[in-house]
Design a protein around this ligand. Structure first.
Ligand SMILES: [Cu+2]
Length: 142
């Protein structure tokens, strides 16, 4: 059972590596089904770009470290939620993911399904005064 799952993700990895470039260029095609949050780390600050995030939709958080310093993006947001992380061309999948370390000029992508509304804080464990937040709304009026 376990090895089967590992094999499955092995294929996902192969797919990701071969299609990495394609995925980037095809991004806009998928933007209607995924809601994207962009987090840029610059000058020891988190700068967040987000629209209204709706519950139950695939959500993508793209984190980019623009600094020449290593930073960490950590949050309790992913607690108990199956989360896919793509970093340096490698995809990992887990539950209860705490965050990622980002070397200078690198990025990482989190994919998950938002299921709980709320205000979620994220921070850098290396520089404790670096914090940011994300607002997950249950704005399901439509
Ligand atoms: Cu930092």
């Amino acid at each position: 059972m376990r090895s089967q799952k590992a094999q499955q993700w092995g294929w996902v990895l192969v797919f990701a590596v071969t299609c990495g470039f394609w995925w980037e260029t095809a991004g806009p095609v998928f933007s209607q089904s995924e809601q994207v949050v962009e987090v840029t780390i610059k000058d020891f600050k988190f700068v967040t770009k987000q629209g209204v995030l709706r519950l139950g939709f695939p959500t993508v958080i793209k984190v980019r470290n623009e600094d020449a310093e290593r930073h960490d993006f950590g949050s309790t947001m992913f607690e108990g939620i199956p989360t896919q992380i793509e970093k340096d061309g490698v995809i990992v999948y887990g539950r209860g993911v705490g965050g990622v370390l980002l070397d200078p000029k690198r990025d990482a992508t989190f994919r998950f399904n938002m299921s709980r509304p709320g205000r979620y804080e994220f921070r850098c464990s290396i520089h404790p005064n670096m914090t940011g937040e994300l607002l997950l709304l249950s704005a399901e009026a439509v």
